[in-house]
Design a protein. Structure first.
Length: 76
């Protein structure tokens, strides 16, 4: 069995979309769960903080900047 997770906007008509998905061929079951936006913001913030910590831990003096591909990546 394969599952697809869909995230809806706050103002989306969830009952209409759920009925639409239930009526598609091959759909066995739909489940509706609500998550608080505060929880999502906290998870995103933690993830971004960990990415920034990794970025700050990189020593740029050991990176060979003569390669154009590395130059491109480091410019992002």
């Amino acid at each position: 069995m394969t599952q697809i997770v869909v995230t809806l906007e706050n103002n989306a008509d969830e009952t209409f979309l759920r009925r639409m998905i239930e009526n598609m061929k091959g759909v066995v079951k739909t489940t509706l769960t609500h998550t608080s936006s505060q929880q999502e913001k906290g998870n995103k913030s933690e993830f971004m903080d960990s990415l920034h910590a990794i970025k700050n831990a990189i020593d740029p003096s050991v990176i060979d900047m003569s390669d154009p591909r590395t130059n491109y990546i480091m410019s992002k």
